[in-house]
Design a protein around this ligand. Sequence first.
Ligand code: ASP
Length: 437
Amino acid sequence: MSDSTPRKGLFDWYFKSNLLLRIFIGLVLGVIVGWFAGESILWVRPLGDILLRLLSMIVMPIIFAPLVVGAASISPRSLGRVGLKALGFYMVTSVLAVCLGLIVANIIRPGDGLELIDAAGVAGREVVTPALSETLMGVIPRNPFNAISEGQVLPSIFFAIVFGLGICFLRDHGEDRLKNAGETLFLLFDGAAEVMYIIVRWVLQYAPIGVFALIAVVFAEQGAEALGPLGVVTGAAYLGFVVQVVGIYGGLLMLNKLGVIRYLTGGKEAIITAFVTRSSSAALPVTMRCCADMGVNKSIYSFTLPLGTTINMDGTAIYQGICALFIGFAIGLPLDFGQQVTIVITAVLASIGTAGVPAAGAIMLLMVLNSVGLTVETGSAVAAAYAMILGIDAVLDMGRTGVNVSGNICAALLISKSEKQLDYDRWKNPGKSGLEI
Ligand code: ASP
């Protein structure tokens, strides 16, 4: 005799409750516990590392499999068009982001009056830009298997697209044997992509615990500083982040008749994941799911999101603009107009070169500072100001990574719409596609 009433599981209270609510509770508890318990809570760090490891475990497969499927299902002509649209969007919004950071910092003037002394390091205004040609050449992998196993995103994207296009041609072939081979490969990668999405759901179940640990550690280590003397720079950066997301992305979406609230609610899992992991590449699997659930076509998001995660860092660009000005104010040598123009150029290049991992933007900031002669040398005032910023980097990194991911979602939505590939049924009916786990 079979018992038809479903048995109550021991962890139903956890697995059956709303995932987002659980993540939010984890976040709030993390702030409170981290703040009050201080260093005594640092033992939870491994619980956060587990979440980061799980997310990075799925990054390369989730870039590769859907991208092959995407390239295999899209006509080569529209792939080129989608690529150009994505690059155009990424460039324009990054320039706007640095300008926004500069405007906010010029108004709020973070660091003004700090008067850090010994400004010896401000001599030598030499412009240093990254070797763009090297970056471009590096896109073509010498060995695609190495590129994938080492987690190099751009060369892996390149190979996945070429491979997917090959499948696309095979599926269209007149000879049955080749056509079938193409179809088999297509189904294989399609299946692999779907499996990856299932794994994302599983990983998300662990997210509330990981989030709690990650946030508790940040606040145990840096909570007080973030609200102390560096509060102004934190506030200025977060003001810039909010204006970028609500004003610039929201404005662009509204111009295209897409609602901001739907965009934010649909993207919240990805934005929260980015916020707590401080890594847009760790958040990529969740970002893909959110875009799918908002109705973005797979052939669009599987291409634009990995690309955006690598080269589109608007939050990082805002942060770099604000921090460069902060350092100028802090050492009593505010940057002039010409220097600020240089910052726009180098911050855009730096944000392209920034990896989607925690703290990468703070390293690239050194390059931006160099370009206006603010060299970080031992004992200099610039070094002291830079160290102050570095002290609260985790708090700034959370916000800028959230913006980086929001920008990628916005691009995917707009490009999908302009390609007439947005599923309005999904866009208009949140939750319909079953993201709630
Ligand atoms: N953490 C950022 C990201 O992953 C990069 C940065 O440090 O600015 O998007």
